[in-house]
Design a protein around this ligand. Structure first.
Ligand SMILES: Cc1cc2nc3c(=O)[nH]c(=O)nc-3n(C[C@H](O)[C@H](O)[C@H](O)COP(=O)(O)O)c2cc1C
Length: 731
């Protein structure tokens, strides 16, 4: 079944039952506190296995005028109903070995009685009980559909407990908490249904059938209870309740409820007069009650408390997730006639990301006066005037299509377009999943194999909705169609930065590539390392530009390319030595030099070398090979003092530089190809590869790695790309 059927069932049931679930969860939290505070009184008897019933009866009879009954609670407390010298009945907790009173049984606090009534019946008697039972059943179904969604998200039931993919707070903790609390919630729901069914007499009869035994007239009569074998041999751990005989008359028996049966015992001979086993339903009811209330176990009560609280969080986070999904999936109100449009955008999107990107392309093309038709992949049909079809689709599960694309592969082969059409496919996915953009790959192949289609661009994959990658594709697409397409950037929530003062220590002149170095010294004691980012605010407002940091001793070195209209680069280039600026460190942990890795390869082009200048200046003993690509030899001059100092002084640091406009005219990926052995050895021994610079360079380098690893036995390219061995920070 498709993911959205599970999602809609999960969501609809949650919505229908939400009010009741809120009441049940809040009262559940309150009620879970009761067993915890009860246990905290500290009357629990540790050694119930070592105290015989005879000892307790004896001790109670010696301590009180009359004893009416005895109960061993699942909390381990022993409660006795006694008659005091003033002829008053009193319920007390006792030490079963000595009869000593530990405390009086107090009246149940009103808050718990109130919460119990609300929790069980919403103060609506039978109707309320019915609703509560129904809501428990819905909670059970919500938990099961949630589990199926969780399994789909994690890539199968076997991977339920594997690491949770990173996402926004509500989504991430909806998943994390559902992993932790799925079982307790399922138990709460099932026992809730069971207890309601019991109240409505929907379960089989639970009367204990007593079997009477023949009375042995010759049975030995004992003087004291302590001599009677039955009472000597029965330990308190086996007992639930004891009703004492009213008088010494041998016809009056002890009525004893054991864990699994009820017996009547002669008070003088200890003979069992009758016995009846509890039916299975009674035992199941008792277990349900204990599991549902947490009675007798502090640990289980805490788990139930957290599980009830987690239901409230699930409702909140589920609501936020739905809102986000809806917001992303807002449809375009008026769509032109499909047969009048030259551009057709086909979208396969489950949670709105691919749709959002498709809509941006739609808006951009419409803005430049093109007739554009946007629709779901499932509604694919003929388009009389179409010259371009662009497919935006995500992937789910194990390469499954999103719901609104699932019919496409079958429909596609049945439709013949009136004209030959250029096509491009963009896949939306996440590298956290094994089948990265699999559905887009399949569609791309299917369309490419069709006779009435011409490939316009190779399949383009976008990881985690990365907008910069999309912009890169837009440039290529603009080149193909021959005009620029304005694309609106999504609004991103602004981050709060902790700004501090930095003094300008040094600024070089521009080199032949308009690149310069800027050395800054923090005026306060702050933590930072190479690979972190410096957030600069060139307009004096919250508009931010970020630059990769090299930490050289205690200073920050930035390598910046000055763009003619670049606000950030012009602002920084305009700074004078001795001047102070306010900026902030933006920690970029995923791009720090790993401390314990023996072999590291650093790959960069242009100003992407910045963090690596700091990494090689750390006096590390790690084997570091730095690859750098620039335009000309002179491009490297600004970095030479740092590069030479380290490569000449330290044998463990090797530098490979390459120039695209001079000498052999090579790009950095060409030198990497030449150093295949070094690269393979580093990858195969678990070493780290870090890439910093342009995205285009990153793609070319990854293509080289993909080739190199084709027949590699130790690690495949796919596994390497997803592993922590590869760290990238490209733009
Ligand atoms: C349950 C679930 C399963 C996913 N499975 C895959 C997958 O197998 N391959 C993949 O590349 N991405 C997978 N993703 C990531 C989505 O494809 C990615 O987030 C995409 O941007 C969503 O686009 P949409 O909102 O348009 O559906 C999965 C995401 C979720 C929530």
């Amino acid at each position: 079944m498709t993911i959205s059927i599970w999602r809609y069932s999960h969501l609809t049931l949650a919505l229908v039952s939400s009010l009741f679930l809120i009441v049940a969860s809040v009262t559940g939290i309150i009620l879970a506190v009761e067993p915890i505070s009860h246990q905290a009184k500290g009357y629990a008897v540790e050694n119930l296995e070592e105290v015989s019933l005879a000892t307790t009866i004896d001790a109670l009879k010696n301590s009180y005028d009359e004893v009416l009954g005895l109960e061993v609670e699942s909390s381990g407390f022993v409660k006795a109903s006694v008659l005091t010298m003033d002829m008053e009945t009193l319920d007390v907790y006792v030490n079963p070995a000595t009869g000593e009173q530990l405390g009086e049984v107090e009246e149940r606090p009103y808050i718990y009685t109130f919460a119990t009534n609300l929790h069980r019946s919403l103060f609506l008697k039978s109707i309320g009980r019915f609703f509560v039972g129904l809501i428990s059943l819905l909670l059970f179904i919500i938990a099961v559909t949630g589990l199926i969604l969780l399994a789909k998200r994690q890539g199968g039931f076997l991977k339920l407990f594997s690491k949770v993919k990173k996402d926004y707070f509500e989504m991430r903790y909806h998943v994390v908490l559902s992993k932790w609390f799925f079982i307790p919630i399922l138990i709460l729901a099932l026992t809730g249904v069971y207890l309601s069914a019991e109240k409505f007499n929907l379960l089989p009869n639970t009367v204990v059938a007593q079997q009477q035994f023949a009375i042995n007239d010759n049975a030995e009569v004992y003087e004291t209870i302590g001599d009677i074998p039955f009472f000597k041999e029965t330990i308190l751990a086996e007992i639930r309740q004891v009703e004492f005989p009213f008088s010494d008359d041998p016809e009056e028996y002890y009525l004893i409820a054991l864990q699994n049966k009820e017996v009547q015992v002669n008070q003088q001979t200890g003979e069992i007069v009758s016995s009846g086993d509890y039916p299975f339903v009674t035992l199941a009811s008792r277990l349900s009650l204990v599991l549902h209330t947490g009675e007798g176990s502090v640990l289980w009560s805490i788990i139930l408390l957290l599980a009830s609280a987690s239901i409230l969080f699930f409702m909140y986070s589920g609501f936020v997730m739905t809102l986000k999904r809806r917001k992303k999936g807002k449809r375009i109100a008026t769509m032109p006639n499909k047969d009048e449009c030259e551009f057709v955008i086909l979208v396969g999107s489950e949670s709105g990301t691919a749709f959002d990107f498709g809509q941006r392309l739609y808006n951009g093309l419409t803005k430049v006066g093109k007739n554009v038709y946007l629709t779901e992949l499932n509604t694919y049909t003929t388009y009389a005037r179409a010259t371009n079809i662009i497919v935006f689709t995500s992937t789910y599960g194990e390469g499954e299509p999103p719901t609104n694309a699932r019919k496409f592969p079958a429909i596609f082969s049945t439709i013949k377009q009136p004209n030959t059409i250029d096509f491009s496919v963009i896949g939306f996915g996440s590298l956290d999943y094994p089948d990265y953009c699999k559905f887009a790959i399949d569609i791309d192949k299917q369309i490419a194999d069709a006779l009435d289609f011409n490939r316009q661009l190779p399949l383009f994959k976008i990881n985690k909705a990365d907008f910069e990658s999309f912009e890169l594709w837009m440039i290529q697409f603009g080149n193909q169609v021959g005009f620029a397409i304005p694309i609106e950037r999504p609004v991103v929530n602004k981050k709060k930065y902790k700004k501090v003062d930095f003094e300008v220590l040094e600024r070089t002149e521009l080199n032949i590539d308009d690149t310069f170095l800027l050395k800054l010294q923090p005026k306060t004691n702050i933590e930072f390392t190479s690979g972190d980012l410096l957030a600069v605010f060139p307009n004096g407002d919250e508009t931010v530009r970020q630059y990769s940091i090299a930490r050289i001793e205690d200073d920050i070195l930035l390598s910046i390319k000055k763009h003619e209209l670049g606000r950030g680069s012009n602002f920084l280039f305009g700074l004078k030595v001795g001047e102070t600026i306010r900026a902030a460190i933006d920690s970029n942990e995923h791009f720090h030099l790993p401390k314990n890795e023996k072999n590291v390869i650093l790959i960069s082009n242009g100003t992407g070398i910045a963090p690596f200048l700091g990494m090689i200046s750390k006096n590390t003993t790690q084997n570091i090979s730095l690859f750098w690509g620039g335009r000309k030899k002179a491009s490297m001059d600004v970095y030479n003092s740092i590069l030479e100092k380290n490569s000449l002084n330290y044998k463990n640091i090797k530098i490979f530089s390459t120039f695209s406009r001079e000498g052999e005219k090579q790009y950095v990926q060409d030198v990497i190809k030449e150093q295949k052995d070094l690269v393979l050895q580093t990858i195969n021994t678990g070493g780290t590869i870090m890439i910093c610079g342009s995205l285009a360079m990153q793609h070319d380098v990854l293509d080289v790695f993909e080739n190199m690893l084709q027949n590699n036995e130790l690690i495949t390219f796919d596994a390497f790309e997803k592993s922590d061995q590869l760290k990238t920070d490209c733009y």
